[in-house]
Design a protein around this ligand. Sequence first.
Ligand SMILES: [Zn+2]
Length: 321
Amino acid sequence: MGDDVAGEVAVAGDTLLKFMLGEGNVRGVVVRLEDSWREMQRRRHHDGAVRSLLGEMTAASALLAGSLKFDGTLVLQIQGDGPLRLAVAECQPDFGLRATAHAEAGAEAAPHLAALANAHGMGRCALTLDPRARKPGQTPYQGIVALTDDTGQSHTDLAAVLRQYLEKSEQIPSWVILAADDDRACGLLVQRMPDAGGGSAAGREKVDEDFARAMYLAATLGRAELLREAPEVLLRRLFWEESPRVFEPRTPHFHCTCSRARVADMLRMLGRDEVESVLKERGQVDVACEFCGAGYAFDLVDAAQLFKADIDQPPSPSHPQ
Ligand SMILES: [Zn+2]
């Protein structure tokens, strides 16, 4: 890392920048994940197409979290019907990130998203917003889109899926570009500011023009440059004529929200019979976190505690993580 930089000084490290362009009719987010992305791969390594998709999903989850006013867990999920079965990236309000994927052997060689996750046209991308303080009975917001466009053609990359999602489900015209390799996962999101223009036709027209110009400029950015350059350098290069205003940088980082208490909740939901049958067979119940690889073991004594607590107190509310 860092040895590929010649001339321009690229600021290393994990950075997320929110910005506004021109008169504030266009907003955006740019993210660069380095240490966090490498840490995720160190814990759960994936190759080729699976690694690229997971990196892009992780960058995308941070971009979306950066663009939404929302206090809770943002979950971006792809349910594949190709060699990729499932990929999940999560972003917390403080930009704590984690990701995991389940894929069949050979998935890493898929040439694009369509072959990887939409082999029969049944692949889906879901965005879930799970509020931090969820009220009892309140279900998380979820939006789901297919991995195909209006003409039934499979999208070949995640950025196209997200553009469609943001336009259709969120009704926010957007431009997205994503890229990931071994060392970095990066993304840029540019959006027409919702409700900008003051309601007049002329006002809306001006906003449309500003957004069209920003999108044109953003579309000149290629994946290689996105991976190579630091966020502030990218913004300066792409939008110098639009006088970008950059907000306080944020630092995305790897963070897994798993805990022994959550695994205990999960085992309680599984039920006493199920847990006891595993105990009888193996002497203890081993659960590994699919995101970070952390192991949690419950022996006979632990299991007795688990279900004793169940009787003593009402079960704690189930949690999706
Ligand atoms: Zn974990």
